[in-house]
Design a protein around this ligand. Structure first.
Ligand code: NCD
Length: 402
C-alpha cells in the first residue's frame, strides 16, 4: 500500500495506513533484535546534513534487521555538498545507488525537494523546523503501547512548539487520531499561526494553550473535567527541548533558556499512569531524577524507533504484510513526487521570504505557491508569504479567504 511512496509530512499518511503500520511493527518487533530477509537485496541511503543519533542509527538498524544494506553520508562536509552540489543533483546521483533515501537537512522543504528530483522514495527524517513524520510514527506507536489508545487520549505538549519539528508532526498526528491536546510553552515559543490553524482544521478545535503548568492547573474547564487535578487528566506528557540551533539570535535563545523543567514535583501532580515522553536528546528540561520512575517512557519510546522504521521501510519497499485498508490509496493515485496537492496560486515575481526555506539555497527551484488552509504558502517549506495590498490575494484571487 505504501510501496514507492514519499513520506515528507504526517499528512502523507492516512490514519488507516498508520494503524496498519503499527500492526506491522507489532509483527516485526520480535525481529527488531534479530534478522529477517524481508528486504534482502535492497539498499537504504541515509543522507544526514544535520546531527542525529537516534533517527539515523535506528533507520540503519531497521534496514540491517530487515536483511538489507545501508550506505550513509552523515557528514555534509565530507560530501559534495561542501563543493557546492545542490540537493537536487545529490539525490539524482544517490537514487542510482539506493532503493530508498532517508534525508535530514537543516532547511525547511528540503525533503520535498529531494522527493521532487528523484524517483526513489524519499523519507523525511527532519527538515529544519518543519516536520519529522517518522518520529511521529514512533511517538504514536508509543502512546498506543503505553496507554492502550491514541484516539481520546489526553496529551500535554511541553516545550519549544515554535521550532520543534517533532512536536509539530506529533501534534498533527494526534489531531488526526482525535486525541485531546494541551500545550504548555514559554511565551515566544508558541506554535506559529499556520501550524495551529492546520491543527484546528484537522481536529476541529483549537489546541488549549498555556504559558506554564501552573497556568494550566488554574484552568476552570480542566479543573472541572479532572476533579480539580488537571495534571491527572493526561495520558502522556510529551516534553521537547528548546531548539537552540534554530534561533535567529543568541539573545532570543537566552530569553527562554531553562524556562521549564519536568521533574519529580511535576510528576507528583500527574496521574499514576501518566507517562513521560520525549523525542530526545534532552538538555535541562527533563530531570534525570525521573529516569527510574516507571512512568518515564522516553527510552522505551526511542527503542521503538527500530520496529516502527522497519515496518515503514518494508512497506515503502513493497514488502508490507498488512492488507491494504479499504478506501485508502485513492488520494495517492496522483503522480508520485508531485508537490503538495493544494491549489496553485500565481504570484509572479514573488519568492519565499522564509530564511530557513530550501528555496533560498537551491536557486534553481521555481517558486511555487499554494493555497493551504486559506493562506498562500510556499509549496516547499509550507510557510505563509506576506501578500501586500498590491499582491495577488487582493486582486481577487481565491486565496484571500481570511
Ligand atoms: C528530534 C529532532 O531531531 O527533531 N530528535 C529526534 O529525531 N529524536 C528532537 C530534537 O532534536 O530536539
Amino acid at each position: 500500500m505504501l510501496a514507492g511512496r514519499d513520506i515528507i509530512r504526517v499528512s502523507d499518511l492516512e490514519r488507516e495506513e498508520m494503524d496498519a503500520l503499527f500492526s506491522f511493527a507489532d509483527e516485526l518487533a520480535p525481529v527488531a533484535r534479530g534478522k529477517s530477509d524481508l528486504c534482502r537485496g535492497k539498499v537504504l541511503a541515509a543522507l544526514f546534513y544535520e546531527p542525529s543519533t537516534r533517527t539515523r542509527l535506528s533507520f540503519e538498524t531497521a534496514m540491517l534487521r530487515l536483511g538489507g544494506d545501508v550506505i550513509s553520508c552523515a557528514d555534509p562536509s565530507a560530501s559534495s555538498a561542501a563543493k557546492g552540489e545542490t540537493l537536487a543533483d545529490t539525490v539524482r546521483i544517490v537514487e542510482g545507488y539506493a532503493d530508498v533515501i532517508v534525508i535530514r537537512h537543516p532547511l525547511e522543504g528540503s525533503a520535498a525537494v529531494a522527493a521532487l528530483y528523484c524517483n526513489a522514495p524519499v523519507v523525511n527524517a527532519g527538515d529544519g523546523a518543519h516536520e519529522h513524520p517518522t518520529q511521529t510514527l514512533l511517538d504514536l506507536y508509543t502512546l498506543r503501547a503505553e496507554r492502550g489508545r491514541i484516539e481520546g487520549a489526553w496529551v500535554l505538549l511541553v516545550g519549544d512548539l515554535k521550532y520543534g519539528r517533532a512536536a509539530h508532526s506529533f501534534a498533527y498526528g494526534l489531531a488526526l487520531f482525535r486525541a485531546n491536546m494541551a500545550c504548555v510553552c514559554p511565551p515566544g515559543l508558541e506554535m506559529e499561526g499556520e501550524v495551529s490553524k492546520r491543527l484546528a482544521r484537522i481536529s476541529g478545535r483549537p489546541a488549549l494553550q498555556f504559558s506554564s503548568i501552573e497556568d494550566l492547573e488554574k484552568d476552570e474547564e480542566l479543573r472541572a473535567a479532572s476533579g480539580g487535578k488537571p495534571m491527572r487528566l493526561f495520558d502522556a506528557i510529551y516534553v521537547t527541548r528548546i531548539q537552540k540551533e534554530r534561533f535567529r539570535s543568541p539573545e532570543e535563545f537566552e530569553a527562554v533558556r531553562s524556562s521549564y523543567s519536568i521533574n519529580a514535583e511535576v510528576l507528583r501532580r500527574a496521574g499514576d499512569d501518566t507517562v513521560v515522553m520525549h523525542p530526545l536528546p534532552r538538555v535541562d528540561e527533563l530531570d534525570y531524577g525521573l529516569d527510574s520512575d516507571p512512568r518515564a517512557a522516553y527510552f522505551r519510546q526511542a527503542s521503538r524507533g527500530v520496529p516502527v522504521r522497519m515496518a515503514l521501510l518494508a512497506a515503502i519497499l513493497g514488502k508490507s504484510a498488512s492488507p491494504q485498508p479499504r478506501g485508502v490509496g485513492a488520494r495517492h493515485a496522483v503522480p508520485l513526487h508531485a508537490p503538495p496537492e493544494y491549489p496553485k496560486v500565481e504570484t509572479p515575481g514573488l519568492t519565499c521570504e522564509n530564511p530557513r526555506c530550501i528555496t533560498g539555497q537551491e536557486r534553481h527551484l521555481a517558486p511555487d505557491f499554494r493555497e493551504i488552509e486559506g493562506t498562500v504558502c510556499c509549496a516547499y517549506c509550507e510557510r505563509p508569504i506576506a501578500l501586500d495590498s498590491a499582491g495577488p490575494a487582493s486582486r481577487g484571487s481565491k486565496t484571500n479567504k481570511e
